[in-house]
Write a protein that binds this ligand. Structure first.
Ligand code: KIV
Ligand code: NA
Length: 264
């Protein structure tokens, strides 16, 4: 049966973890969905992973529509989430037009990076039938404001603000919250504070779901690996097996382990 936002809500209520992975093309979308991964994310990480840029900022709506349509054709029942690229939701009107394009291309929901300023945008999308995932913490589209890729929410003030923002965005209509690179205790508090399922990456093992970039978990990303990455191909014989091992490890909460987690 196809995964919907209701499936994820039910899993949260039952305390069962769910898995998500990025895919950018039809073949991998099919492998990922057939391996039992619940959510496929067409991440704007494709700007780095596929296009070789040093940030996600060069990604355009045209790129996202193209990759979303490729993924949609290979998908076998996972929930398809598409990233809205940098400045494609700078105004509510832009957000509506651009989200519509991604939904037409086959997305079931969209993901936006930001804090409380996104309330009106999320409300407008939600009211018009577009489920939204609100991405908080290390939001890579803000790399130039952050001055680098850094763990977020480390001091008390930032931590309290992040909890507040997650609650506000849920109240505005966000169906999923995604936390990237935040200390595990803060991610655990946010996961308890909202009814919406919370997906983590570098956010510890207490979130409702986990996500990784496909190339990272297959060990093919060049250069230094972030702390939260695990190569699942290293202990398996094939890519489908590696992806299935990831889905199983998330379900059993054996991934992420301590070594993948920011404690404070
Ligand atoms: O673009 C992406 O792949 C993402 C995940 C890292 C959450 O946003
Ligand atoms: Na992204």
């Amino acid at each position: 049966m196809a995964v919907t936002i209701n499936t994820l809500r039910e899993l949260k209520q039952k305390g069962e973890a769910f898995s998500a992975l990025t895919s950018y093309d039809s073949t991998f979308a099919q492998v990922v969905s057939e391996a039992g991964v619940d959510v496929i994310l067409i991440g704007d990480s494709l700007g780095m992973v596929l296009q070789g840029n040093d940030s996600t900022l060069p990604v355009t709506m045209e790129h996202m529509i193209y990759h979303t349509s490729c993924v949609a054709k290979g998908n076998k029942g996972s929930l398809i989430m598409a990233d809205m690229p940098f400045m494609s939701y700078g105004t509510v009107a832009d957000a509506l037009d651009n989200a519509a394009e991604l939904m037409r291309a086959g997305a079931h929901m969209v993901k936006l990076e930001g804090t409380d300023w996104m309330r009106d945008t999320i409300e407008a999308l939600s009211e018009r039938g577009v489920p939204v995932c609100a991405h908080l913490g290390l939001t890579p589209q803000f790399v130039n404001k952050f001055g680098g890729y850094k763990v977020q929410g480390r001091d008390d003030k930032a931590a309290e603000a992040m909890i507040e923002h997650a609650c506000q965005l849920e109240a505005a209509g966000a169906d999923i919250i995604l936390l990237e690179c935040v200390p595990a205790p803060l991610a655990a508090r946010i996961t308890q504070a909202v009814k919406a399922p919370v997906i983590g990456i570098g956010a510890g093992s207490d979130t409702d779901g986990q996500v990784l970039v496909l190339h990272d978990m297959l060990g093919v990303t060049p250069g230094r690996k972030p702390r939260f990455v695990k190569n699942f191909l290293a202990d398996t014989a094939s890519i489908p097996e590696a992806i299935a091992a990831y889905a199983k490890a998330v379900k059993e909460r054996t991934f992420p382990a301590e070594e993948h987690t920011f404690k404070a």
